[in-house]
Design a protein around this ligand. Structure first.
Ligand SMILES: *Cc1c(COP(=O)(O)O)cnc(C)c1O
Length: 386
């Protein structure tokens, strides 16, 4: 990276470029397209191709690579969720596809365990469905789920976060699949970040879920892309609800604004191939090194607690938490996040929802930037010392 040029494309617009120390967040543009992926996208750029056939071929190839029945490229994991919900409500019926988001006469309830509510569950409602919570804050029982499923149920939705501690109070995915299928209702899984270890990539469909999404933003594809994986039937249905269905079949489904480019579709294929064949040990050791570049510089400062995040599952390995004791510094965690946002260079970190320490991830930073991050943190803390 040439420092003289770093961020000049944004500086020319009067914007300050950011050092991303918070990981893959959409608010900062999400991710960097891998070089090999960009090359594939460039090759796709100046040739036209029927999108129906391209979606089909690329979906088939990805399904084969992941050993799942079928796959479809979408405009993000969020779009995959919305199209899947549409499919579970309207299926392949063209009249119903065109009726959405009006769900009259269709099953439209999307069940979710109360404790599993999460930021992206709203994407399941955007085609007209309604999320319905099952159980309460203390948990959900098999009986509650069994009782909640009726003729109005479109599907049961289940987000997976393998990197977090298991919640003993919720039903496992295995239990949910068993219960839902015993009542002939499909299960949809949000596994957006579950791409590592590689056996987790596509695992939930292999376990019996009817659909799962993957966020291709996490694996070097354009940030705007995602993958729907599922049974042949569900993926066929998703294709009919999609923007391709709208234009090629002249059936005006809700998927029309979820458009992606042929370049992006090729980009996802290249990204999946790259991800399945890359040296993950090397990827992990680079992330570990960047993390320790920061930890080693900060660990001996009195009045802060620095802890390694010792996780390699999912898309965002390692990282650290930083907890500032306000008896030692004229600041606290929340205020310090703002101070870093206004530092030179500007650095984004965050105190994640429901947590009380600053969390730093190295997903979006170069090794050189990891050194800058630790220098700036040290410099800013020094000024605030009591
Ligand atoms: C990022 C993310 C999404 C949304 O994915 P997009 O590709 O940005 O639409 C959905 N669910 C989870 C768990 C995510 O992390």
């Amino acid at each position: 990276m040439n420092n003289a040029e770093w961020g000049s494309i944004y500086k020319d617009l009067g914007l300050e470029p950011i050092i991303n120390a918070t990981g893959s967040v959409t608010a900062l543009g999400g991710s960097v397209v891998a070089k090999e992926v960009q090359e594939g996208m460039d090759l796709a750029n100046d040739v036209y191709i029927p999108m129906t056939l391209l979606e089909q071929k690329v979906g088939d190839q990805i399904a084969k690579i992941l050993d799942v029945p079928a796959a479809y490229i979408t405009s993000g994991a969020g779009s995959a969720l919305t199209l899947a919900a549409a499919s579970f409500m309207a299926g392949k019926d063209d009249d119903k596809i065109q009726q959405l988001p009006d769900t009259s006469g269709m099953p439209n309830k999307i069940l979710i365990q109360k404790r599993q509510r999460y930021w992206y569950d709203r994407c399941m409602e955007l085609s007209g469905g309604k999320l319905v919570e099952v159980g309460d804050e203390s948990g959900t029982t098999a009986e509650q789920l069994m009782d909640a499923i009726d003729e109005h149920t479109a599907c049961v939705h289940y987000p997976v976060y393998e990197q977090d501690d298991k919640d003993p109070n919720i039903l496992s995915l295995e239990e949910v699949i068993e219960i839902a299928h015993s009542k002939n209702k499909p299960v949809s899984v949000d596994a957006a970040g579950q791409i590592y270890p590689l056996e987790n990539f596509g695992k939930y469909v292999k376990m019996g879920a009817d659909f799962q999404c993957i966020a291709a933003k996490y694996m070097g594809a354009p940030h705007s892309t995602g993958i729907a994986i599922g049974t042949k039937d569900v993926i066929d249905s998703i294709s009919r609800h999609s923007f391709v269905g709208y234009e090629s079949r002249r059936i005006r489904g809700i998927g029309r604004p979820h458009k992606i480019d042929r370049q992006e579709i090729i980009g996802v294929l290249y990204a999946v191939k790259r991800w399945m064949s890359m040296n993950h040990e090397e990827r992990l050791s680079i992330a570990e090194k960047k993390t320790f570049n920061i930890i080693n510089e900060l660990k001996n400062i009195e009045g802060i607690t620095v802890k390694l995040i010792d996780n390699i599952i999912g898309h965002q390995p390692f990282g650290l938490s930083l907890d500032i004791d306000d008896k030692f510094f004229a600041t606290n965690n929340e205020k310090f996040v703002e101070i870093l946002k206004n530092s030179d260079p500007q650095i984004w970190t965050r105190v994640p929802d429901g947590e009380n320490t600053i969390v730093i991830h190295v997903f979006g930073m170069t090794e050189e930037q990891s050194e800058i991050v630790s220098e700036v943190i040290k410099r800013e803390l020094e000024v605030l010392k009591l």
